[in-house]
Each structure stands twice: as C-alpha cells, then as structure tokens.
Design a binder for this molecule. Structure first.
Ligand code: NAD
Length: 284
C-alpha cells in the first residue's frame, strides 16, 4: 500500500517505522527543516519525503495524520485531505484527545481516529474512534488495516475527549502528581511502585479481570462487597497545577532521570516492552 504520514514528530516517525517494516511505501510530509536528515534511518526505497501534504497524499491508500494537537490545524488539514487524497483513501488521525467529529469536514465519511500509544511501532493498541460522519466501511477498513500491521485495534462506541486510554492515564497521572506534591514519594519511587505491581499485573490482565481475580473464588462480586467500600471512601488527590507547583514536579522528575539521555531511556523502555510482548503476545 501507499501510506502518507503527515507530521513526522515522535508519533509520525514511529508509525513510519512500522509501515515500512510491513513493506508499505511511505510518503512523509512535515515542514521541519531536518526532515531529510531524520528520514535517513529508513530504507530510501520505501520511505521518501514529500515536498508538501498534497504531494504526500496524491496516490495514498491510507493517510495517518500526526501533526500538532490543535483543532484549527486538524480542521484545515482534513478539509484539504478530503480534496487532495484519492477518493478511496482512509483518512486517520492520531489525535490523543480531539474527537474527529470536531474537525471532519461535511463529507468526512473516511475520517476517523486511529489513536496509538507511544511508540506505535512497539505498543499494540490502536483506539479506532469513528465520528458522527464516519461510514461503517471506513471503520471496517481501519480495523483491517491496523490488524494487518500486527496492532490490536479496539473500536470505541462513543466519542469522549481523550478516548479511553488517555482518560485512564490522566486519572492515574493526577493521583501520581498529587502523591509527589504531598511528599509521600518521589517520582522515581512512585514509578518503582507502579512497575512492580499494577504495571506488571496490567500487562497480563486489565483492571476488571484483575479485580475479578482479586476477589478470589468469589470474584468481582466478593471484591466489591469486601473492600469496595474502603476503596470508595478513599479520597483521591487533586494536584496543584499552578506554574510554580508544576515546575517543582518537573524538577523532581529531572532530578530522578536527568542523568540519562532520552535515547538511552527510550531504548530501555522499548527493550522491556518488547520482552513483555514476547510473552503476552497480542492482548485481545
Ligand atoms: N506523543 C505521544 O505520546 C502521542 C501518543 C499518541 C498520539 N499522539 C498524537 O499524535 C499527534 C502528534 O504528536 P507528537 O507527539 O508526535 O508531536 P510532535 O510535536 O513530536 O510532532 C508534530 C509534528 O507535526 C509537524 N507539523 C507541524 N505543522 C505541520 C504541517 N502543516 N504539516 C505536517 N506536519 C506538521 C511538526 O513539525 C512536528 O514534527 C498529536 O495529535 C498527538 O496528540 C501523541
């Protein structure tokens, strides 16, 4: 297939790697001045820079958009994509939080969200979120497309800002920041708690099956009767999001991890995630 990648930042480059590894021809558009340089890591027979969006999408079967997370940008871009891409091309957005109904043009039956988790060439989940105007055929094709790349697409039934994954992440991150701000733990201590408990469990079973097992043979029913009330009575924290308080948390994270480079930390994350995936396989 011919795939156009619009926006070659963190997510666009990772998608490019996955698409190229699966034998697709990839055309990349991004105004960044170092585009040619960052594409040098890919096979030039498969991955090429395009002069602009119109050139990238001209012969595309699929467009994966990964530009700035900005409504005005996505509105303008998708209006152009509907005009410039072939009429059969699927128009997918990686948006982390903006439902496609907010930016899809009137004839947006081919527009929908294909939201990955960073980095998409490693992490299997893709949240497929149709908008009000998305056709059933586009949903089916998006699911087939991501499956063909070895991803695990989940079609969500309603549009909510942040979709499912980022809403869960936001809830957890709010409490994590609050615990650090209260001085209960440092950022790296909190990370140690997470990767040695919930992170490990959640790579194998999600929160519902985990709780069903947590209730023993009595299952989820027993858990809600047994410790449900003390869990509900627990007031979770609300972090201080003022610039000064946020700066303190940023400094604490930099103290914890600042002595290692981004490349080193990302390599280590990917090594562990790939090792876990080699055991768990795709999580259906
Ligand atoms: N970083 C994440 O963890 C993550 C995860 C899932 C989804 N997303 C979503 O993916 C999208 C991209 O996020 P990112 O983290 O890769 O951002 P990023 O800032 O790393 O990359 C955005 C890229 O878009 C480019 N760009 C700007 N204007 C453009 C234009 N007119 N045409 C083409 N490209 C243009 C920029 O030069 C930049 O390289 C966002 O919608 C974001 O919400 C991000």
């Amino acid at each position: 297939m011919r795939i156009a990648v619009i926006g070659a930042g963190t997510i666009g480059l990772s998608w490019t790697k996955l698409f190229a590894e699966h034998g697709h021809d990839v055309r990349v558009s991004d105004p960044r001045p170092d585009l040619a340089e960052v594409l040098r890591e890919f096979d030039p027979a498969r991955v090429r820079a395009a002069a602009d969006v119109a050139e990238a999408v001209r012969d595309a079967d699929v467009v994966q958009e990964n530009g700035p997370e900005n409504l005005a940008f996505k509105k303008d871009l998708f209006a152009a994509l509907v005009e410039q891409a072939p009429s059969h091309a699927l128009l997918l957005s990686s948006s982390s939080a903006i439902p496609s109904s907010e930016f899809a043009p009137e004839d947006g039956s081919r527009v929908l969200i294909g939201h990955p988790f960073n980095p998409p060439h490693v992490v299997p989940l893709v949240e497929v979120v149709p908008g009000e105007r998305t056709s059933e055929d586009s949903i089916r094709r998006a699911v087939e497309f991501y499956r063909s790349l070895g991803r695990v697409p989940v079609v969500e039934r309603k549009e909510v800002p942040g979709f499912v994954g980022n809403r869960l992440q936001a809830a957890l991150q709010r409490e994590a920041v609050s615990l650090v701000q209260q001085g209960v733990v440092t950022p790296d201590e909190l990370d140690t708690v997470m990767v040695n408990s919930l992170g490990l469990r959640w790579a194998a079973v999600g929160p519902f099956l985990g709780s069903h097992l947590g209730g023993g043979p009595g299952g989820y029913r027993h858990l809600t009767e047994h410790i449900g009330s003390s869990m509900h009575a627990m007031r979770v924290g609300e972090p201080d999001t003022s610039p000064e308080a946020t700066e303190k948390v940023v400094q604490a994270v930099e103290r914890a991890y600042g002595d290692k480079s981004y490349a080193e930390l990302a390599r280590e994350r990917d090594r562990k995630q790939i090792a876990i995936l080699s055991v768990t396989g795709e999580q259906k």
